[in-house]
Design a protein around this ligand. Structure first.
Ligand SMILES: C[S@@+](CC[C@H](N)C(=O)[O-])C[C@H]1O[C@@H](n2cnc3c(N)ncnc32)[C@H](O)[C@@H]1O
Length: 224
């Protein structure tokens, strides 16, 4: 399902410069060290996450994969962007993993999966690009393809006092590539109350939680 903005093209064009954000390069806020701090905390949550067959939805360059991969027996990586998936494949190949890795280049909403095939899922920086309606479709689909008691790791952008200085909480926002090309992207940020409400509404039980100034990560288990 395409959102009414330029998100797909933006990420395809941004693939080669994407990981820089995690190292504090060209961040949306000038406090670059805060990015690095949150990334280290989230890597540690990733290291304790994952089981069985894991799906990484909208995996991008698979930045988090080196930290969760050893906990899984098989990994399926889905992204709509050809360039993101190429960078992802390069990262995975460099790791010499001894498990099956499947790559799917597609809009997640368009892929036909069998029901209840995955034991865990990573959803990082995708839901912040979905409207509330699209989030509902997303969760319905995710629940259908996950086994009962599956684990879900949600990583995304925090709505923090520092963020408030630079961004709106929700709406179409301009994003620029290093070459200056601008895109209009739907983006929203989540505060701790938003996260708690979301988990409650979707019967996700919190297991580990980190809420930083820039990013948050919440590791959960499906209640049924
Ligand atoms: C902000 S990046 C996050 C990448 C990665 N999950 C991470 O945490 O580094 C968002 C990614 O979502 C992908 N994406 C957005 N909507 C998608 C969809 N409906 N289906 C598949 N990929 C999607 C984009 O191509 C992009 O690679």
């Amino acid at each position: 399902m395409k959102e009414p903005n330029e998100m797909f093209d933006y990420y395809d064009e941004r693939a080669s410069e994407y990981d820089g954000i995690y190292e504090g390069h060209t961040p949306g806020m000038p406090e670059a060290d805060l990015y690095k701090k949150d990334v280290e905390k989230i890597k540690s949550i990733c290291g304790r996450f994952g089981k069985g067959h894991l799906i990484d939805v909208a995996c991008g360059t698979a930045y988090w994969l080196p930290y969760y991969a050893s906990n899984c027996s098989e990994i399926t990586l889905v992204d709509q962007s050809r360039h993101m998936l190429a960078a992802c494949r390069k990262r995975v190949n460099s790791l010499n993993l001894d498990i099956s890795i499947n790559y799917i280049k597609s809009d997640f909403f368009e892929v036909r999966f069998l029901s209840k095939v995955f034991d865990s899922a990573v959803v990082a920086f995708l839901m912040s690009h979905l409207t509330e309606e699209a989030t509902g479709f997303f969760i319905d689909k995710l629940r259908r393809i996950l086994n009962p008691r599956a684990s879900v790791l949600w990583i995304d952008g925090s709505w923090s006092p520092i963020r408030k200085k630079y961004r709106d909480k929700s709406g179409l926002q301009e994003r620029k590539l290093e070459n200056g090309r601008a895109f209009s992207i739907f983006k929203r940020y989540f505060d701790e109350h938003d996260i708690e409400s979301f988990l409650h509404e979707n019967s996700l039980v919190r297991k580990a939680f980190y809420f930083g100034d820039v990013f948050f990560a919440v590791s959960t288990v499906l209640a049924y």
